[in-house]
Design a protein around this ligand. Structure first.
Ligand code: OAD
Length: 248
């Protein structure tokens, strides 16, 4: 796979790299995306019945069962070469931050440590009724032991605010970075879809890696159409491994 040499040089020189990922990076681990026609979760399920606080209030069992199914799917899945390439980038780049919209936990399982999970994590829970601070939870029966209320997955639903500290850190990093990657995301869900603009305003190089064109494709400095699990490892190899070979 060929990348412009000027881009490889910029990546080698970059002090601060931020990468934003979406469901596309986990697609080759076998997890469904949201908006892919035919296979995306939102082509089969209605978000208003499964991914809002009202939906949970109306039918906590239906919603909990759906997330239990997704939790099971993500536990069966393994991180792929795309996740691992981002771990490598974190190790090699002077400063690196990974911001993900994914709730599947695969980035952490791959070994990413400088990680913000903007939309939460399927594998964590919180108290739905009273947002009890204790985590005295009966996960098996979906109950908060402190107040007896229902437990919900610790993720962001439609109509809810993102965790303020995570969003603030992501925005601050995007504003200051030299290179911003947008990987496997349809770039239509805000505020994540706005991060690349913050980076661009700060003169960062914006690079998109996605299987299909998105609203960002024509606006990015570099757009690579294809699978994240193929493009990312090839790019990381050219940035870091070839550089070391050149120095030997
Ligand atoms: P989407 O399903 O909207 O977009 C996934 C993108 O990944 C699409 O543009 C695909 O073309 C691309 N894609 C698929 N397979 C790929 C591959 N192997 N390599 C590279 N790209 C690939 O998912 P997100 O952008 O993550 O929110 O969706 C954003 C948010 O919308 C999600 O976090 C979720 C959803 O509603 C919440 O649950 C709060």
């Amino acid at each position: 796979m060929d990348f412009p040499f000027s881009l490889i040089q910029s990546l080698r020189a970059a002090q601060r790299i931020v990468a934003l990922t979406g469901a596309g990076i986990s697609a080759e681990s076998g997890l469904a995306t949201f908006r892919d026609a035919q296979t995306g979760l939102w082509s089969k399920f209605k978000p208003e019945e499964l991914a809002t606080p009202d939906a949970f209030r109306r039918n906590p069992k239906l919603v909990s069962d759906w997330y239990a199914w997704r939790r099971g799917e993500s536990l069966k899945a393994e991180p792929n070469a795309g996740h691992c390439a981002l771990v490598e980038m974190e190790k090699r780049a002077p400063q690196f931050l990974l911001v993900t919209q994914n709730v599947d936990g695969l980035h952490a399982r791959a070994g990413s440590r400088r990680l913000i999970e903007l939309h939460g994590n399927l594998h964590r829970f919180r108290c739905f009724e009273n947002n009890c601070a204790s985590d005295n939870f009966d996960v098996e029966n979906g109950r908060c032991r402190s107040c007896g209320g229902n437990l919900r997955p610790d993720i962001v639903w439609f109509g809810e605010m993102l965790p303020a500290d995570g969003l603030e850190s992501a925005v601050a990093a995007a504003e200051k970075c030299d290179v911003f990657f947008s990987i496997g995301t349809s770039s239509v869900v805000y505020p994540a879809a706005d991060l690349w603009r913050r980076a661009k305003e700060g003169d960062a190089i914006v690079i998109e890696i996605n299987k299909d064109p998105t609203p960002l494709t024509l606006l990015a400095d570099h757009s690579f159409l294809g699978k994240a699990s193929e493009i990312l490892p090839a790019l990381v190899e050219q940035i870091y491994v070839h550089q070391n070979r050149g120095a030997q």
